[in-house]
Design a protein around this ligand. Structure first.
Ligand SMILES: O=C(O)CCC(=O)C(=O)O
Ligand SMILES: [Fe+2]
Length: 291
Protein backbone atom coordinates (compact mmCIF):
# COMPACT_ATOMS: atom_id res chain seq x y z
CA UNK A 1 0.00 0.00 0.00
CA UNK A 2 2.71 2.47 1.01
CA UNK A 3 4.61 1.62 -2.19
CA UNK A 4 1.94 3.27 -4.35
CA UNK A 5 4.09 6.27 -5.24
CA UNK A 6 7.07 4.08 -6.06
CA UNK A 7 5.44 1.83 -8.65
CA UNK A 8 7.86 2.79 -11.43
CA UNK A 9 11.00 2.43 -9.39
CA UNK A 10 11.89 -1.21 -8.81
CA UNK A 11 15.01 -0.44 -6.86
CA UNK A 12 13.15 1.74 -4.39
CA UNK A 13 10.34 -0.81 -4.26
CA UNK A 14 12.78 -3.53 -3.37
CA UNK A 15 14.30 -1.45 -0.63
CA UNK A 16 10.90 -0.53 0.77
CA UNK A 17 9.79 -4.15 0.70
CA UNK A 18 12.65 -4.93 3.05
CA UNK A 19 11.39 -2.50 5.70
CA UNK A 20 11.57 -4.22 9.06
CA UNK A 21 8.24 -4.63 10.78
CA UNK A 22 8.66 -4.65 14.56
CA UNK A 23 6.58 -7.31 16.35
CA UNK A 24 5.95 -6.96 20.11
CA UNK A 25 4.18 -9.84 21.87
CA UNK A 26 1.75 -8.54 24.50
CA UNK A 27 0.00 -11.78 25.36
CA UNK A 28 1.34 -15.17 24.37
CA UNK A 29 -0.23 -18.08 26.23
CA UNK A 30 -1.13 -21.52 24.98
CA UNK A 31 -4.47 -20.31 23.57
CA UNK A 32 -4.38 -16.49 23.33
CA UNK A 33 -2.16 -14.12 21.39
CA UNK A 34 -2.00 -10.34 21.25
CA UNK A 35 0.82 -8.91 19.14
CA UNK A 36 1.57 -5.34 18.08
CA UNK A 37 3.16 -4.97 14.64
CA UNK A 38 4.66 -1.52 14.04
CA UNK A 39 5.59 0.25 10.80
CA UNK A 40 3.30 -1.91 8.70
CA UNK A 41 2.59 1.31 6.84
CA UNK A 42 5.59 3.61 6.83
CA UNK A 43 4.66 6.53 9.13
CA UNK A 44 7.12 8.85 7.41
CA UNK A 45 5.36 8.25 4.12
CA UNK A 46 2.59 10.81 3.72
CA UNK A 47 0.44 8.01 2.28
CA UNK A 48 -0.92 7.04 5.71
CA UNK A 49 -1.93 10.65 6.38
CA UNK A 50 -3.53 10.80 2.94
CA UNK A 51 -5.40 7.51 3.48
CA UNK A 52 -6.63 8.72 6.88
CA UNK A 53 -8.17 11.83 5.34
CA UNK A 54 -9.53 10.01 2.33
CA UNK A 55 -11.38 7.52 4.56
CA UNK A 56 -12.47 10.24 6.98
CA UNK A 57 -14.08 12.20 4.16
CA UNK A 58 -15.44 9.42 1.98
CA UNK A 59 -16.64 6.49 4.08
CA UNK A 60 -20.37 6.29 4.89
CA UNK A 61 -19.96 6.82 8.66
CA UNK A 62 -22.90 6.06 10.89
CA UNK A 63 -23.41 6.07 14.66
CA UNK A 64 -25.12 2.74 15.28
CA UNK A 65 -27.47 2.18 18.18
CA UNK A 66 -26.93 -1.02 20.11
CA UNK A 67 -28.65 -2.41 23.18
CA UNK A 68 -26.90 0.18 25.37
CA UNK A 69 -27.94 3.16 23.19
CA UNK A 70 -26.03 5.16 20.55
CA UNK A 71 -22.44 3.94 20.25
CA UNK A 72 -19.53 6.10 21.36
CA UNK A 73 -18.04 6.48 17.88
CA UNK A 74 -19.15 6.39 14.20
CA UNK A 75 -18.42 3.18 12.29
CA UNK A 76 -18.95 1.58 8.90
CA UNK A 77 -18.85 -2.06 7.89
CA UNK A 78 -17.47 -3.89 4.84
CA UNK A 79 -17.64 -7.64 4.34
CA UNK A 80 -17.70 -10.48 1.87
CA UNK A 81 -21.11 -11.93 1.00
CA UNK A 82 -22.94 -13.52 3.94
CA UNK A 83 -20.42 -12.27 6.49
CA UNK A 84 -22.82 -10.81 9.01
CA UNK A 85 -21.39 -9.42 12.25
CA UNK A 86 -23.80 -9.59 15.19
CA UNK A 87 -22.85 -7.96 18.47
CA UNK A 88 -24.48 -6.10 21.36
CA UNK A 89 -27.92 -6.36 19.83
CA UNK A 90 -26.72 -5.05 16.49
CA UNK A 91 -26.60 -6.90 13.19
CA UNK A 92 -24.24 -5.57 10.51
CA UNK A 93 -24.65 -7.02 7.02
CA UNK A 94 -22.27 -6.70 4.07
CA UNK A 95 -23.05 -3.60 2.02
CA UNK A 96 -25.09 -4.31 -1.08
CA UNK A 97 -25.26 -2.42 -4.36
CA UNK A 98 -29.00 -2.06 -3.89
CA UNK A 99 -30.13 -3.70 -7.10
CA UNK A 100 -28.08 -6.82 -6.39
CA UNK A 101 -28.74 -7.89 -2.81
CA UNK A 102 -25.71 -9.35 -1.06
CA UNK A 103 -23.28 -8.11 -3.72
CA UNK A 104 -20.14 -7.19 -1.86
CA UNK A 105 -18.89 -3.65 -2.19
CA UNK A 106 -15.64 -3.02 -0.37
CA UNK A 107 -14.34 0.53 -0.59
CA UNK A 108 -11.23 0.23 -2.83
CA UNK A 109 -8.87 1.73 -0.24
CA UNK A 110 -10.22 -0.51 2.54
CA UNK A 111 -9.79 -3.45 0.16
CA UNK A 112 -6.12 -2.49 -0.45
CA UNK A 113 -5.53 -2.25 3.28
CA UNK A 114 -7.17 -5.67 3.70
CA UNK A 115 -4.61 -7.07 1.23
CA UNK A 116 -1.80 -5.37 3.12
CA UNK A 117 -2.88 -6.83 6.51
CA UNK A 118 -3.46 -10.24 4.91
CA UNK A 119 0.15 -10.17 3.61
CA UNK A 120 1.40 -9.12 7.04
CA UNK A 121 -0.36 -12.03 8.76
CA UNK A 122 0.87 -14.44 6.09
CA UNK A 123 4.50 -13.46 6.63
CA UNK A 124 4.25 -13.02 10.39
CA UNK A 125 6.19 -16.26 10.45
CA UNK A 126 5.26 -19.93 10.39
CA UNK A 127 7.15 -20.34 13.68
CA UNK A 128 5.05 -17.68 15.36
CA UNK A 129 2.09 -19.42 17.05
CA UNK A 130 0.15 -16.16 16.90
CA UNK A 131 0.24 -16.33 13.11
CA UNK A 132 -3.24 -17.43 11.96
CA UNK A 133 -3.24 -20.83 10.28
CA UNK A 134 -6.07 -20.20 7.77
CA UNK A 135 -6.36 -23.70 6.45
CA UNK A 136 -9.53 -22.93 4.50
CA UNK A 137 -9.56 -21.75 0.91
CA UNK A 138 -11.50 -18.55 1.59
CA UNK A 139 -9.66 -15.36 2.53
CA UNK A 140 -8.75 -15.15 6.22
CA UNK A 141 -9.99 -11.58 6.63
CA UNK A 142 -13.57 -11.52 5.38
CA UNK A 143 -14.90 -8.43 7.13
CA UNK A 144 -13.85 -5.04 8.45
CA UNK A 145 -15.51 -2.84 11.04
CA UNK A 146 -14.01 0.62 10.57
CA UNK A 147 -14.06 2.89 13.65
CA UNK A 148 -13.77 6.67 13.56
CA UNK A 149 -12.35 8.55 16.56
CA UNK A 150 -12.79 12.26 15.72
CA UNK A 151 -10.41 14.66 17.41
CA UNK A 152 -11.18 14.86 21.15
CA UNK A 153 -14.17 12.57 20.64
CA UNK A 154 -14.77 8.90 20.06
CA UNK A 155 -13.78 6.17 22.47
CA UNK A 156 -14.64 2.55 23.22
CA UNK A 157 -15.40 1.46 26.79
CA UNK A 158 -14.17 -1.79 28.32
CA UNK A 159 -15.49 -4.76 26.36
CA UNK A 160 -14.63 -8.10 24.80
CA UNK A 161 -15.39 -8.50 21.12
CA UNK A 162 -18.23 -10.80 20.17
CA UNK A 163 -16.33 -13.33 18.06
CA UNK A 164 -18.67 -16.31 17.89
CA UNK A 165 -18.82 -15.96 14.06
CA UNK A 166 -15.03 -15.54 13.71
CA UNK A 167 -14.23 -19.21 13.03
CA UNK A 168 -11.36 -21.26 14.40
CA UNK A 169 -8.69 -18.57 14.27
CA UNK A 170 -10.86 -15.87 15.92
CA UNK A 171 -8.82 -13.09 14.36
CA UNK A 172 -9.33 -9.38 15.01
CA UNK A 173 -6.49 -7.37 13.42
CA UNK A 174 -6.78 -3.63 13.97
CA UNK A 175 -4.88 -1.30 11.64
CA UNK A 176 -4.40 2.21 13.07
CA UNK A 177 -4.33 5.40 11.02
CA UNK A 178 -3.73 8.75 12.72
CA UNK A 179 -3.73 8.98 16.47
CA UNK A 180 -1.94 7.80 18.50
CA UNK A 181 -4.73 6.80 20.86
CA UNK A 182 -4.44 4.83 24.09
CA UNK A 183 -5.26 1.09 24.21
CA UNK A 184 -5.68 -0.85 27.45
CA UNK A 185 -6.01 -4.58 28.00
CA UNK A 186 -6.96 -6.31 31.27
CA UNK A 187 -8.02 -9.73 32.51
CA UNK A 188 -11.74 -10.39 32.59
CA UNK A 189 -13.59 -10.73 35.87
CA UNK A 190 -16.14 -13.46 36.28
CA UNK A 191 -19.04 -13.86 38.64
CA UNK A 192 -19.04 -17.30 40.27
CA UNK A 193 -22.10 -19.30 41.33
CA UNK A 194 -22.14 -17.46 44.71
CA UNK A 195 -22.21 -14.08 42.90
CA UNK A 196 -18.61 -13.33 43.88
CA UNK A 197 -16.28 -11.62 41.44
CA UNK A 198 -13.30 -13.71 40.50
CA UNK A 199 -10.43 -12.75 38.24
CA UNK A 200 -8.57 -14.92 35.82
CA UNK A 201 -5.08 -15.62 37.16
CA UNK A 202 -5.90 -13.86 40.44
CA UNK A 203 -2.27 -13.71 41.53
CA UNK A 204 -1.33 -11.64 38.50
CA UNK A 205 -2.01 -7.89 38.09
CA UNK A 206 -5.32 -7.29 36.36
CA UNK A 207 -4.04 -4.72 33.85
CA UNK A 208 -1.99 -6.42 31.15
CA UNK A 209 -1.17 -3.58 28.74
CA UNK A 210 -1.51 0.18 28.58
CA UNK A 211 0.00 1.55 25.40
CA UNK A 212 -0.43 4.06 22.57
CA UNK A 213 -1.27 2.59 19.17
CA UNK A 214 0.92 4.31 16.57
CA UNK A 215 -0.26 5.16 13.07
CA UNK A 216 0.59 2.38 10.64
CA UNK A 217 0.55 -0.33 13.31
CA UNK A 218 -1.55 -3.50 13.44
CA UNK A 219 -2.73 -4.95 16.74
CA UNK A 220 -3.55 -8.63 16.30
CA UNK A 221 -5.83 -10.41 18.77
CA UNK A 222 -6.17 -14.11 18.12
CA UNK A 223 -7.48 -17.27 19.73
CA UNK A 224 -9.22 -17.08 23.11
CA UNK A 225 -8.21 -13.46 23.82
CA UNK A 226 -11.82 -12.24 24.02
CA UNK A 227 -12.67 -15.06 26.41
CA UNK A 228 -9.92 -14.17 28.90
CA UNK A 229 -9.36 -10.42 28.43
CA UNK A 230 -11.19 -7.17 27.75
CA UNK A 231 -9.93 -4.00 26.10
CA UNK A 232 -10.81 -0.32 25.76
CA UNK A 233 -9.75 2.87 23.98
CA UNK A 234 -10.41 5.68 26.47
CA UNK A 235 -10.56 9.42 25.88
CA UNK A 236 -7.74 11.21 27.68
CA UNK A 237 -8.93 13.94 30.07
CA UNK A 238 -8.23 17.38 28.62
CA UNK A 239 -6.59 18.63 31.81
CA UNK A 240 -3.81 16.42 33.05
CA UNK A 241 -2.29 16.73 36.52
CA UNK A 242 -2.73 19.68 38.91
CA UNK A 243 -1.71 22.39 36.46
CA UNK A 244 -5.12 24.03 36.21
CA UNK A 245 -5.33 24.58 39.96
CA UNK A 246 -1.69 25.59 40.45
CA UNK A 247 -1.77 29.24 39.45
CA UNK A 248 -1.36 31.49 36.42
CA UNK A 249 2.04 30.25 35.25
CA UNK A 250 0.97 26.66 35.30
CA UNK A 251 -2.25 27.55 33.52
CA UNK A 252 -0.31 29.41 30.85
CA UNK A 253 2.04 26.49 30.37
CA UNK A 254 -0.93 24.12 30.19
CA UNK A 255 -2.59 26.28 27.53
CA UNK A 256 0.67 26.38 25.62
CA UNK A 257 0.94 22.61 25.82
CA UNK A 258 -2.61 22.29 24.54
CA UNK A 259 -1.71 24.35 21.49
CA UNK A 260 1.30 22.15 20.81
CA UNK A 261 -0.24 18.76 21.44
CA UNK A 262 -3.58 17.31 20.51
CA UNK A 263 -4.44 15.05 23.41
CA UNK A 264 -6.97 12.91 21.56
CA UNK A 265 -6.00 13.16 17.89
CA UNK A 266 -8.15 12.01 14.99
CA UNK A 267 -7.79 8.26 14.48
CA UNK A 268 -9.37 5.64 12.25
CA UNK A 269 -9.03 1.94 13.01
CA UNK A 270 -9.81 -0.80 10.54
CA UNK A 271 -10.61 -3.96 12.50
CA UNK A 272 -10.26 -6.83 10.01
CA UNK A 273 -12.11 -9.96 11.10
CA UNK A 274 -12.19 -13.66 10.22
CA UNK A 275 -16.00 -13.93 10.03
CA UNK A 276 -17.22 -17.21 8.54
CA UNK A 277 -19.65 -16.64 5.64
CA UNK A 278 -23.18 -17.81 6.44
CA UNK A 279 -22.44 -18.41 10.14
CA UNK A 280 -25.18 -16.17 11.51
CA UNK A 281 -27.86 -17.20 9.03
CA UNK A 282 -27.17 -20.94 9.32
CA UNK A 283 -27.03 -20.86 13.10
CA UNK A 284 -29.97 -18.48 13.45
CA UNK A 285 -28.27 -17.30 16.63
CA UNK A 286 -29.71 -15.07 19.26
CA UNK A 287 -27.81 -11.86 19.83
CA UNK A 288 -25.19 -12.02 22.59
CA UNK A 289 -25.04 -9.33 25.25
CA UNK A 290 -21.48 -9.25 26.49
CA UNK A 291 -20.24 -5.79 25.56
O1 LIG B 1 -9.97 0.89 17.47
C1 LIG B 1 -9.42 -0.18 17.73
O2 LIG B 1 -8.23 -0.40 17.49
C2 LIG B 1 -10.19 -1.30 18.36
C3 LIG B 1 -11.66 -1.13 18.23
C4 LIG B 1 -12.43 -2.18 18.96
O3 LIG B 1 -12.11 -2.53 20.07
C5 LIG B 1 -13.56 -2.81 18.30
O4 LIG B 1 -13.93 -2.43 17.18
O5 LIG B 1 -14.12 -3.75 18.88
FE1 LIG C 1 -12.98 -4.44 20.50
Amino acid sequence: MATKKLDDDDDLNNRRNQTIIKATPIVATNDSWVTLYEDVLDPTDDDSEQILHELYQNLPWNVETDQFGPQSRPTCYFADPECTFSYVGLKLDPPSTGSTPGNNKWHPTVQKLRECVTRLLAVAGPDDPSSPSNESSRPLLTACLVNLYPQNKGFIPWHSDEIRAHGKDKVVASLSLGGPRRFQLRRRRRVDSCNHHTEEGETKPRMVADLWLPSGSVLLMKGEVQEHFEHCLPLEPEIIGDDAAAGDDAEMSFKKRQEDVTINPLRISLTFRSIVPGYESSNNRTIATDQ
